[in-house]
Design a protein around this ligand. Structure first.
Ligand code: NAD
Length: 479
């Protein structure tokens, strides 16, 4: 396994990889060492990419779904061919344990595979007319050139979840990856070219100045859609910017997922699953639970079992295959976690296990007991390996606490009572429900939030529809 980076570091603009006069550093969050220096694109490169993207749309949108599907299929095979290399790249640039990163690469490839198939199933409709001489049709067409902005926490999957349906629909796309994790995006770009794809249909603009670069795309009428995954704060900025040109908007934003464990649940399974749900990627996923509500009669048993299991998690170098907990992405992320834990402890929470920085950017996997409503950790997304446990008494109380947040991405519940399962699932104000399931995300299903977690859906046929618009054709015939 390589620990130094030898892959592409230039941006893919207007058909080719280009160098820029300035570059920015990508740092391994575990060692703190520089991994690579990447092209730092500015307004001029953004304008070039914009022109190339809109020009390419004129011919790319006219290719057949079968041509696009064949290309996506080759792209998919190449991602799988290089899955181990991409997984170590992810571990290197943002610290996800490599065995988990391999899962991400397969998940990411899955979107390309699925949309290669779905490209062929964009059907229209014929509508009966009340006039004998008229025929009415509704057809789907690609929305146009797309600007996509992605976060660092899934450097491969958040890219392909946008890229694959956009390309399948016949849109061109300019991707701006997060500055912490541009290497995986550039690797995907090299594989796209190797598959025979054009570097103006899919472009990657790397930059350390997302504000200036994004402005170029957001102000231009020819960019017809913005698709964003990241924080609610930035999502709101982009949504406001999109309103000037009335772009189509998809927003996959922050979460604050509750995890409800009822006394009638399988406790062993609920403990095992909360570890998967909370501690993967060191708690840095938008669907990671941030609040574990446990019914009072089982809260002591649950807390003790979870504490024991979490204390066993293996902390270490993300490039080691046995590592389960690596570093968080940067010092800002670490500071937020420390602030949440300190605040909780000051206000009466108990540290069941962990609770401190292990070394560098690694925070110990932590379980907090006796957590209550006024603590920061129950109000904001922590994005770290900390599971706060809150006791509840009644079903209504649990639902009300779960919904008491501006966010609405994912929620989880554990119960064996089938009526309660459906009742609670329906009342939770969330876009995704894991019902006795800690990992509901899958390529063929709709992923997305409500409230301040955003709108639009990725995955399945819903994800493709985000890149299509409906055109109505009313056809008057000679009789
Ligand atoms: P972030 O919002 O800080 O950054 C995301 C992207 O936006 C990056 O590419 C960044 O360069 C860019 N950006 C930042 N400021 C910008 C601006 N003013 N204009 C244009 N672009 C700008 O988020 P992050 O820290 O990278 O990611 C973590 C957040 O993402 C968490 O809140 C998490 O919940 C969320 N997330 C959501 C989903 C989902 O599907 N709902 C998935 C993963 C992550």
């Amino acid at each position: 396994m390589t620990t130094t980076f030898t892959g592409e570091t230039r941006a893919l603009i207007a058909g080719q990889f280009i160098s820029t006069s300035s570059t920015f550093a990508v740092t391994n969050p575990y060692t703190g060492l520089e991994v690579a220096r990447v092209a730092d694109c500015g307004v001029s490169e953004a304008k070039t990419a914009l022109e190339a993207s809109t020009a390419a749309f004129t011919w790319w949108s006219k290719t057949t779904a079968y041509e696009r599907a064949a290309l996506l299929r080759k792209f998919f095979n190449l991602i799988l061919r290089d899955e181990a290399e991409i997984a170590s790249m992810i571990a290197l640039e943002m610290g996800k344990p490599v065995s988990e990163a391999l899962g991400e690469v397969r998940y990411a490839a899955g979107f390309v595979d699925w949309y290669a198939e779905e490209a062929k199933r964009v059907y229209g409709q014929t509508i009966p007319s009340q006039f004998a001489h008229k025929r009415l049709f509704a057809i789907s067409q690609p929305v146009g050139a797309v600007y996509a902005v992605t976060p660092w926490n899934f450097p491969a999957a958040m890219v392909t979840r946008k890229l694959a349906p956009a390309l399948a629909a016949g849109c061109t796309i300019v991707l701006k990856p997060a500055e912490q994790s541009p290497l995986t995006a550039l690797k995907l770009a090299t594989l796209w070219l190797e598959a025979g794809g054009h570097g103006d249909v899919f472009q990657v603009i790397t930059t350390n100045d997302p504000v200036a670069v994004s402005k170029v795309f957001m102000e231009d009428d020819r960019i017809r859609k913005i698709t964003f995954t990241g924080s609610t704060e930035v999502g709101k900025i982009l949504t406001k910017q999109a309103s000037d040109t009335l772009k189509r908007v998809s927003m996959e934003l922050g979460g604050h997922a509750p995890y409800l464990v009822f006394a009638d649940a399988d406790i062993e399974q609920a403990v095992k699953d909360v570890i998967t749900c909370k501690f993967r990627n060191a708690g840095q996923t938008c669907v990671c639970t941030n609040r574990v509500y446990v019914q009072r009669s089982i809260v002591d048993e649950f807390t003790q079992k979870l504490g024991e299991a979490v204390a066993q998690l293996k902390i270490g170098d993300p490039l080691e295959s046995s590592t389960q907990i690596g570093p968080v992405v940067d010092s800002a992320g670490l500071e937020k976690i420390k602030r949440h834990v300190q605040d909780a402890v000051q206000k009466g929470a108990t540290v069941v296990t962990g609770g401190a920085v292990q070394s560098g950017l690694v925070f110990q996997p932590t379980v907090l007991g006796n957590v209550s409503g006024e603590m920061l950790i129950l109000q904001e997304e922590t994005f770290g390996p900390v599971a706060p446990i809150i006791a509840f008494d009644t079903e209504l109380e649990a639902i009300s606490a779960a919904n008491n947040t501006p966010f609405g991405l994912a929620a989880y519940l554990w119960t064996k009572d089938i009526s309660r399962a459906m009742r609670v699932a329906e009342r939770l104000e969330y876009g995704i429900i894991g019902l006795n399931d800690a990992v509901p995300s899958t390529v063929q299903a709709p992923f997305g939030g409500v409230k301040q977690s955003g709108y639009g859906r990725e995955g399945g046929h819903w994800g493709l529809e985000e890149y299509l618009f409906t055109k109505f054709i009313s056809f008057g015939m000679e009789q």
